[in-house]
Design a protein around this ligand. Structure first.
Ligand code: FE2
Ligand code: FE2
Length: 265
């Protein structure tokens, strides 16, 4: 995985050059998490959040081989070596999230999951077709991860868990723009009708996944003071923003640049 990253391509016109730099800077940024904090979760908190953290720790982990393979054979994007090197760093950042959550579980004596049916469904969906489907499924999970980590941040009194959630939230907010760039560039040659069709399919996937997320993790949301209405509004806002950014990139090539990260509550 280091080869493309260390052999950075020539500087020039790629919109992924800044993303490459962003992921590198983010990886090397100081900002240690408070692992030394002696407080552990109370037994009620453990009961509340264990299953959810286990699922997200599993879901954040991916070797990314399928994604890299699809990216490397994409007729347009694969010609941009900044795209491939940024993608490797993006995958490593996601693996870092899984690593942090895994370390938290170990510290709390909560076992890591090796499989979960919902994670299995998502992995199978990602393998269904080419890069666009893979990126669409991934970004769907990422948009929904944002309200989840916001709720998890506020659901317990653990300072460590709060810091972990803040760190992951900052990364995920940037990921939305990164994924919008890729999806927007892939949809650029499409006719309006084909773009609308894709956007409708994505919307169906998104809303059914949001329903499942609430069904699986509503106790964490409720503990953080969220009701279903707040959850629905937050997820709809996140999805609308993603769709807008994808459209901006697909309609105006000049827009295919680095966006500031989303502002989060
Ligand atoms: Fe992540
Ligand atoms: Fe992400």
């Amino acid at each position: 995985m280091t080869s493309l990253v260390s052999r950075a391509p020539a500087s020039g016109t790629s919109p992924y050059e800044r993303w490459h730099r962003h992921f590198l800077e983010n990886r090397d940024a100081p900002g240690a998490l408070p692992w030394h904090d002696p407080c552990l979760l109370s037994s009620a908190e453990r009961q509340l959040v264990s299953r959810s953290i286990q699922q997200f720790q599993l879901g954040e982990w991916a070797r990314g081989r399928g994604l890299m393979r699809r990216a490397s054979s994409h007729p347009v994007l694969a010609t941009d070596s900044w795209f491939l090197s940024a993608l490797q760093l993006f995958i490593a950042e996601e693996q870092g999230h899984s690593g942090i959550l895994g370390r938290f579980l170990d510290r709390e004596g909560i076992p890591r999951l090796t499989s979960h049916w919902l994670d299995g469904v998502f992995r199978r969906l990602r393998k269904l077709a080419g890069l666009e489907v893979c990126a669409t499924v991934l970004v769907t999970a990422e948009v929904l991860a944002i309200p989840f980590y916001q709720a998890l941040r506020d659901a317990t009194r653990s300072r460590l868990l709060r810091s972990i959630c803040v760190r992951i939230l900052c990364d995920e907010a940037a990921h939305l723009n990164y994924q919008a760039l890729t999806l927007g560039l892939m949809r650029r040659p499409l006719s309006n009708r084909a773009g609308v069709f894709r956007s409708r399919c994505h919307s169906m996937l998104f809303h059914s996944t949001a329903f499942l997320l609430w069904q699986q993790h509503h106790r964490v949301f409720r503990a953080a003071g969220w009701d279903f209405r707040r959850f629905r509004n937050a997820t709809r806002r996140g999805f609308a923003l993603l769709q807008l950014r994808i459209r901006q990139v697909s309609l105006r090539p000049g827009c295919a640049d680095f966006f500031d990260a989303l502002r989060l509550d």
